[in-house]
Ligand binder design. Structure first.
Ligand SMILES: Nc1ncnc2c1ncn2[C@@H]1O[C@H](COP(=O)(O)OP(=O)(O)O)[C@@H](O)[C@H]1O
Ligand SMILES: [Mg+2]
Length: 283
């Protein structure tokens, strides 16, 4: 079907306005290429959540189209099942997603709804709980979990559907630094096992460190490209009202002092800066 790099899911000329509201998005072209990690960036209110809901079928485009593996999505039962087994959205607030009494029940809901045999449902629940490192929480009531645990349980529910594209709306919001690191490790493992991951965030440092590609929402439209190129574009960041990533500022400083060649990539994390500095000191 689709090789690495071709779009698994794609919005073509998509537009959307909430009832009685102005257009939130118009004429948006946005493709999620298989196997890439993608960060969707924009300030609050720029339309990130709306775009993710259009991509996952929770909202229907007012204009334009949603395509899965090159075919227009039909919003009937069959089309929506096909979409749900391809794309899964984890909403920002886990309390909007979790509803069953226990973690295990919650995670099993999606696969059960697909009508899968019980053994298959059980296998998927086990796999998803393991992927999120919450096997020990299976029988726990969801309302007794910490925020970070509820977040993991919500993601496990999406993972149990074995989607080709996992979409996360501001997954690190509300997590402490340790929780953020653990979540990024989980996402790295999922991506290692072949899942395409798209996350919405307004954290430019996180995007630069984590993503292959970035898509930036501005009032003028959506701009997509390799993350280090997109986030080096000052005019674009200004238009999106995002700040410059910390690592970009460092790389610029190093270049201006002649410590980095003009086309040489700079360190992206404090650890990379440390490694770079250790080598630079020896030279
Ligand atoms: N359910 C809704 N009804 C009406 N307007 C909405 C609704 N959800 C979002 N909006 C409006 O749509 C715009 C984009 O919101 P959203 O997609 O949530 O942006 P972001 O996720 O980037 O913060 C905002 O102006 C917001 O107020
Ligand atoms: Mg949002």
């Amino acid at each position: 079907m689709s090789g690495s790099g071709s779009a698994v899911v794609e919005l073509v000329g998509a537009g959307y306005a909430y009832e009685d509201g102005p257009a939130v998005l118009s004429g948006v072209d946005f493709a999620v290429p298989e196997g890439r990690s993608l960060a969707l960036l924009g300030r609050n209110g720029s339309g990130k959540t709306t775009l993710l809901r259009l991509l996952s079928g929770g909202l229907r485009c007012a204009s334009g189209r949603l395509r899965v593996a090159g075919e227009d999505v039909t919003y009937d039962r069959k089309g929506l099942t096909r979409l749900r087994t391809t794309v899964q959205l984890v909403v920002q607030d886990p309390d909007d997603q979790l509803f069953a009494a226990s973690v295990g029940q919650d995670v099993s809901f999606g696969p059960m709804n697909l009508g899968l045999p019980e053994a298959e449902v059980r296998a998927r629940v086990r796999e998803a709980l393991e992927a999120l490192d919450i096997t020990a929480l299976e029988d726990r009531p969801t309302h007794l979990l910490s925020y970070g645990q509820r977040k993991r349980a919500a993601i496990a529910g999406a993972v149990a559907m074995r989607p080709r594209v996992l979409i996360l709306d501001e997954p690190t919001a509300g997590l402490d630094p340790h929780g953020q690191e653990r979540l990024l490790e989980v996402l790295d493992r999922l991506r290692g096992s072949g899942t395409t991951v798209l996350m919405a965030t307004h954290d430019v440092d996180l995007a630069l460190r984590w993503a292959d590609d970035a898509a930036v929402l501005t009032p003028g439209g959506l701009r997509t490209g390799p993350v280090d190129r997109v986030l080096a574009d000052d005019a674009l960041l200004d238009a999106a009202r995002l700040r410059q990533p910390w690592a970009m500022a460092v790389a610029r400083l190093l270049r201006s002092r002649g410590l980095l060649e003009p086309d040489e990539a700079g360190p992206r994390t404090p650890e990379e800066l440390d490694a770079w500095a250790a080598v630079a000191r020896e030279v």
